[in-house]
Ligand binder design. Structure first.
Ligand code: ZN
Ligand code: ZN
Length: 149
């Protein structure tokens, strides 16, 4: 059992990367697929889902980065990062891509009924029989309201 908000990876992340060296940077086009385990934000149950992400990352050498110059990129979803030495570690940028695809309020299914606000029973299973019609009660009270003349 994992804590709410945590995300467990069920399989190795499948990754397709195309790395192109362009004039002063390295462009990485990637697609990542991962099977993750999340906790439903309504019924708190664990469920599994696939996340996909396509991305483009521009890597410029750390040493060659102009200090105060803002690098303007045409498209907002482009990511720029730096690398040093002869190796590029893609891990943090790719982890970030996967993290962005993980829903903020995960749902095990679109119409998850969640938990009973009274007894905490999982309403996807069986109706617990609690009276949760608080709002309806208010409405019927209004219906009976009569204006005194
Ligand atoms: Zn759920
Ligand atoms: Zn209940």
């Amino acid at each position: 059992m994992q804590n709410a908000g945590e995300c467990g990876f069920l399989s190795p992340i499948r990754l397709q990367l195309t790395v192109v060296r362009e004039y002063d940077h390295i462009r990485v086009n990637g697609r990542v697929e991962a099977r993750v385990r999340l906790n439903c934000s309504r019924c708190l149950k664990e469920y599994e889902t696939e996340v996909f992400s396509s991305f483009t990352i521009f890597y410029t050498p750390a040493a060659g980065m102009p200090q105060d110059e803002e690098v303007e990129l045409a498209e907002e979803d482009l990511i720029s990062a730096t690398y040093g030495g002869d190796e590029i570690d893609f891990t943090s940028e790719i982890a970030e891509q996967v993290a962005m695809e993980i829903p903020f309020q995960p749902l095990c299914k679109e119409d998850c009924r969640g938990l009973c606000t009274r007894c905490g029973a999982d309403l996807n299973g069986a109706e617990c029989g609690c009276d949760r019609t608080v709002e309806n009660v208010k409405l019927s009270a209004l219906k009976n309201f009569k204006i005194k003349k």
